[in-house]
Design a binder for this molecule. Structure first.
Ligand code: COA
Length: 679
């Protein structure tokens, strides 16, 4: 009989079976925690009940509700979860966790506070908090080492990895693995009724060298620049576990947890988790076509990467180009890529063979005739792409979805040439397309909701992160990133070296500095694009970059660019460039200012992208910049960064730079930036 929508309880003889029912993953938000506590108290006080099984519908529990933390609710009552686990400790009746699906974070902590644990063979268990910038806060650092020993607990808490039931049973985390966990837990609970109630809190941490293990892990973390604040704090809590009585150590854990959970790094991690998932959520659409066969037009780097991504999702692929040599070179490169994956044990031989079996190729667009989806990845030129879409329309079925991989061209001009523009959509993959997760799914003026949903669905099937963008120059990512590159160019004119700019931004967290990115992408690409647009030289910002193009300093591929490259690929300063830059001088500019200018340039352009409605939300923009442009995930994204910095300070800096440089770029769009900070 359900007593509460999120928790149901039924009786099996004298055993009360309490089931969390908070889909999809049974997070332990406040209502679930409260309801569970009420049910536990009811069972404890009911004379007809002699033991309790705690289960979850489909999943045991994915732990704390990550959305609740930042709604002001989570941290306002950090002890309620402890109340729950504390109450389990005080119960006179035995409790057994019946784990199916996941028991993660607070979910596993709940199970650890029970008298015993049983799991389905497919269950996954873990404490992933340190991967989310914080640490366990409901006894995980105290009870886990008591269950599995300090060495295994250190491993699980520091890496945040989740383990199978089999591994968990071997470690001593589970009493049993059973395909019917509720049935097995019920039997175990019945057996425990007459025994003394086991509690992990009463168990000693067995290793004689426990303290030495923790201290050595702490020393390692202290030396490792990549060790997160979450890992360091969790190690402190583990140290308390091995040196202090249970309750004192538990109080330490709570203190560290509360301090950490409110820090920017943990907030950014939660924001990233939720934003990545929000980006792919679309309003439900009916009759979304299924895609089982695809054709990729263009056997260049991008086309091959896209084809590999499709194959990995078991979608049949035909790789098409205009001549046999290009096609063969494409297939050879793809085969080599799959072989490399096998050699590195990222793919089994069987999977490689299965993928090659569903790969075919050919010359001419007619080869695309039977595809459900055609993805065009030809040279980035409007006329060429329009020709392809016009010709494709004569070949494909009327219901085929036609996707363009254009990164900046006007999708509507391309779609115009197709017989069914409502079936045309943009799918802007990032290179290498089989590795990079981001896909900008471009919603053209005529794109139907079903076509858009189909493109999003395919991208998800490829395990990518699709973010919907409206048509506009450069869509979301390239448009915003261009302004960041432009600031880097302007800094050169003020006498800052490419090395200083790159290293300042890399130290701050960007995966690669702007000049290293440009050399990798190729300086010819943007130079030619500027020439084609007739704008080269008009904006002084690009004059130095244009000179690189004219000199043939295209970057890595030509051996010199913003850097000079040795035969072994090593990068050093390019002396010719240093000479070229010698005439640009100015007062010294600090790393801090470099970072602020470049990062706030992202924010400024993001505000225009929002005002123009090219992106639906600021979270989508952050998702694009983190997953496609090397913006550090631990900083959330440019918009999140601006919010943390505070819009008042952002506006002050923007005004200062506008006055100093006379550059009208320095002005945010007229947006209610946040409710709190709109001024
Ligand atoms: N808090 C809030 N929402 C959560 C959540 C959590 N801890 N865990 C999952 N969700 C939500 C997701 O946002 C998603 O919502 P949506 O359907 O509205 O988009 C939904 O649950 C499903 O999650 P998703 O990750 O898309 O599904 P999956 O099947 O690929 O993975 C999990 C399921 C549980 C493995 C994965 O979500 C996960 O690792 N969650 C985090 C667990 C965690 O770190 N807990 C520790 C917190 S103390």
């Amino acid at each position: 009989m359900p007593h509460h929508p999120v928790v149901e309880s039924v009786r099996s003889g004298d055993i009360s079976i309490i089931t969390l029912s908070n889909p999809p993953v049974n997070t332990l938000g406040r209502p679930a925690r409260r309801a569970l506590l009420v049910e536990l108290e009811r069972a404890e006080n009911d004379e007809a009940v002699s033991a309790v099984v705690i289960a979850g519908r489909n999943n045991f529990s994915a732990g704390a509700d990550l959305a609740e933390f930042d709604s002001g609710e989570g941290l306002a009552e950090p002890t309620l979860h402890l109340t729950l686990t504390g109450y389990l400790d005080t119960m006179t009746k035995p409790t057994v966790a019946a784990i199916d699906g996941v028991a993660l974070g607070g979910g596993l902590e709940l199970a650890l506070a029970c008298s015993a644990r049983v799991a389905h063979p497919r269950a996954k268990l873990g404490l992933p908090e340190t991967t989310l910038g914080f640490m366990p806060g409901a006894g995980g650092t105290q009870r886990l080492p008591r269950a599995v020993g300090i060495e295994a607990a250190l491993d699980l808490i520091v890496t945040g990895r989740s383990i199978s039931s089999a591994e968990a049973e071997t470690l001593g985390l589970l009493e049993a693995v059973d395909p019917d966990p509720v049935g097995a837990a019920t039997q175990l609970a019945r057996r425990l009724v007459s025994a003394a109630k086991p509690r992990l809190r009463d168990r000693a941490i067995a290793e004689p060298l426990a303290e030495a293990f923790v201290d050595s892990a702490k020393r390692f973390a202290a030396r490792n620049p990549k060790a997160s604040a979450g890992v360091k704090a969790a190690l402190e809590a583990l140290r308390s576990a091995v040196t202090k009585p249970f309750d004192e150590a538990l109080a330490d854990e709570l203190e560290f947890f509360v301090r950490l959970a409110g820090e920017p790094e943990a907030r950014a991690a939660r924001y990233r988790f939720l934003s990545d998932r929000a980006a792919v959520r679309l309003r439900p659409v009916e009759n979304v076509p299924d895609v089982t066969t695809a054709a990729v037009i263009g056997a260049g780097t991008m086309g091959r990467g896209i084809a590999l991504a499709l194959l990995s999702a078991s979608i049949e692929v035909t790789l098409i180009d205009t001549d046999a040599d290009r096609v063969n070179a494409g297939i050879a490169a793809m085969t080599a890529d799959l072989d490399r994956a096998v050699a590195r044990m990222r793919l089994t031989e069987g999977d490689r063979d299965a993928q090659l079996k569903i790969l075919s190729s050919g010359v001419g667009l007619e080869k695309a005739a039977s595809a459900d989806l055609v993805i065009e990845a030809v040279f980035e030129n409007l006329d060429v792409k329009r020709d392809v879409f016009r010709a494709l329309s004569d070949v494909v079925r009327p219901d085929t979805i036609l996707a363009s991989n254009t990164s900046s061209l006007d999708l509507n001009l391309i779609a115009q040439t197709a017989a069914h523009p409502e079936r045309v959509v943009g799918m802007h993959f990032f290179s290498p397309a089989n590795i990079m997760r981001l896909v900008e799914v471009v919603d053209g003026g005529d794109t139907s909701p079903a076509t858009l949903a189909a493109a999003v669905k395919v991208a998800k099937r490829l395990r990518k992160l699709p973010v919907v963008a409206q048509v506009g120059p450069g869509f979301i990512g390239n448009r915003i990133f261009d302004q960041y590159i432009r600031q880097a160019q302007l800094l050169l004119r003020e006498g800052v070296s490419p090395q200083q700019i790159d290293s300042a931004l890399e130290r701050w967290g960007m995966a690669m500095g702007p000049f290293r990115v440009l050399d990798l992408v190729g300086n010819d690409i943007s130079w030619m694009a500027r020439k084609a647009a007739g704008g080269a030289g008009e904006d002084v910002a690009w004059q130095i970059a244009d000179a690189l193009g004219e000199n043939g300093w295209f970057g890595r591929k030509s051996g010199s660019g913003w850097y000079r490259y040795g035969d072994d690929g090593s990068a050093g300063p390019n002396p010719d460039l240093t000479e070229l830059l010698a005439s640009f001088t100015g007062p010294q500019i600090s790393d801090d200012e470099i970072v602020r200018r470049c990062i706030l340039a992202l924010v400024i352009e993001a505000s225009h992208v929002l005002a123009d409605r090219v992106a639906a939300t600021s979270a989508d923009i952050d998702t694009v910049m983190v997953n496609g442009y090397g913006f550090p995930a631990r900083r959330g994204g440019p918009w999140f960064f601006a919010e943390l910095t505070g819009w008042e300070l952002v506006q002050l800096l923007v005004k200062r730079w506008r006055e100093r440089t006379g550059d009208s770029f320095w002005s945010t769009a007229d947006l209610p930036l946040t409710e709190k900070n709109a001024s």
